[in-house]
Design a protein around this ligand. Structure first.
Ligand code: GLC
Length: 469
């Protein structure tokens, strides 16, 4: 590893203080033994879930048995609901290539994300209806729509997804336990949109994998590292026990790991810190999505704020600031961590000083305070990167048995895109933990939109095949 990607040792002017700070944050840095233990726990949780035994992972069968193969033709619609995005998209494909694409973004205010499920789905249908009117979709044409619903769901087919729990910044309790496809169809019916048929539901990682496969045929893994985090991969169909539909000789199937919930059953307690527990305590959905809270963009900033708060309470950070003046929960977002990390890489303190002045609202800080913030951001960023790399390397090692080397990992998400050091750490640690197996990480932007249209195309092909059999 190049040294610029190492966390520089903390060197405060006062060695006693230095020791105290290091002591408080030391559990954020992994030893080799901890890494190994997380790997083993991840492997065992995966196996349990695939065998339908209790596990914090879902390993959900998505019922998608194939990747795009160049025979996709037609115009498809997509609805993308997940992080901060609500989008409707229309994509035309000719022989597996995207020939045209129109995307429309729609606002999704908090009162729709948190509240009544019917209102949320009616709003989704209204956006699709507005899109159809504005883009003058033909009434006498049938359009297949892929629905990216980036939440954990139980699937009994490609077009059914029962919400297990909300996550990230959503909480409309009445939807839990309901099939999101049926809800969207019901709401679309209110707009008499009979020419639009919801043919598939998927999450953003599956979309990313699909879009990645279009760009690079060696793609077998899709990862999202944004507001939340998750991964999916191509699994041998025979290793998956959960099939509610009759099988049609599938050799492979996309499995949605749902690694955001990894550790919800306590299997990762050995590595969690008091700061992680504070973040969880203050989160919208407590005691859930343990792993996501270590790495997701929704949480990294808050994690940083909590760690610094502990140091502040111990008179080790921003001593001139009173307890009342210390920033309130959830006021320090993850972009700040990325900006601070840019400063670390470029050896510039300006942006960090600006952040202290604005976010911590004080001009009374010392060089040691700056060094502490930089150190903490480095530690939590590296830990996040290592956690993603652990899961990715386990998947690669598992697939390597069959697929060999040269697997491409398609990845997307705001944290991956905007954090300056995370990417290299993920790549380097994945290489280290796969014994340098040749794998490629590829940014597959907007997989949650494009991927849904691709899955709609695949769903149409599968149906045609079923009909002709
Ligand atoms: C959450 C969802 C998951 C999604 C991820 C990234 O973890 O449960 O389905 O893929 O966020 O958006």
């Amino acid at each position: 590893m190049k040294s610029m990607y190492e966390i520089e040792k903390l060197q405060l002017s006062d060695p006693v203080k230095n020791g105290k700070v290091e002591d408080i944050v030391k559990r954020l840095a992994f030893t080799d033994a901890i890494v190994e233990r997380i790997k083993q726990v991840f492997i065992s949780e995966m196996e349990l879930a695939l065998n339908m035994e209790p596990s914090s992972l879902q390993m959900e069968n998505t019922y998608i048995p194939e990747l795009p193969d160049g025979t996709e033709n037609g115009t498809f619609l997509a609805m993308d609901l997940g992080g901060t995005n609500l989008r409707v998209l229309m994509m035309t494909m000719k022989r597996g290539e995207v020939s045209n694409e129109i995307v429309q973004h729609y606002p999704l205010p908090e009162e729709l994300r948190i509240g009544c499920g019917d209102k949320l789905f009616d709003h989704l249908a209204k956006c699709i209806d507005d899109f159809a009117k504005e883009k003058q979709l033909k009434d006498d044409c049938k359009y297949s729509l892929g629905f990216t619903f980036s939440f954990p769901m139980r699937q009994s087919g490609l077009d059914s997804g029962v919400l297990v729990t909300w996550t990230k910044s959503f909480n409309c309790p009445s939807v839990v336990g309901q099939d999101a496809v049926l809800l969207l169809r019901k709401s679309l019916a209110k707009y008499k949109r009979t020419n639009i048929e919801v043919v598939a539901i998927l999450n953003d990682t599956t979309g990313t994998l699909m879009h990645g496969a279009l760009l690079d045929k060696n793609t077998r893994i899709g990862i999202v590292l944004g507001t939340g985090s998750n991964g999916c991969y191509m699994e041998r169909a025979n290793r998956v026990k959960h099939w509610e539909k009759q099988r049609h000789g599938e050799k492979h199937v996309v499995v949605d790991v749902e690694w955001g919930a990894f550790g919800d059953n306590g299997v990762l307690d050995f590595m969690s810190t008091e700061f992680d527990r504070t973040v969880d305590e203050g989160s919208l959905l407590k005691n859930s999505f343990t792993f996501e809270k270590y790495i997701g963009g929704k949480y990294l900033g808050e994690l940083c704020r909590c760690i610094l708060q502990k140091l502040h309470e111990n008179d080790l950070f921003l001593e001139a600031l009173s307890k009342e003046q210390y920033p309130k929960p959830w006021t320090f977002d993850s972009d700040n961590v990325s900006v601070i990390e840019y400063g670390t890489l470029n050896d510039s303190w300006d942006s960090l000083e600006e952040i202290i002045r604005t976010k911590f609202a004080t001009a009374r800080y010392s060089n040691d305070d700056l060094k502490i913030v930089r150190y903490v951001c480095g530690l939590i960023s590296k830990r996040a990167a290592q956690l993603v790399a652990i899961n990715t390397s386990v998947l690669l090692n598992r697939m390597g048995e069959e697929e060999g080397d040269n697997i491409t990992v398609a990845i997307d998400g705001s944290v991956y895109k905007h954090h300056p050091r995370l990417r290299k750490w993920i790549i380097d640690y994945t290489a280290l933990w796969t014994n340098d197996k040749k794998c490629k990480f590829m940014l597959a932007e907007d997989g949650s939109g494009k991927g849904a249209a691709i899955v709609a195309a695949i769903a149409d092909k599968l149906r045609l095949r079923e009909c002709s059999n």
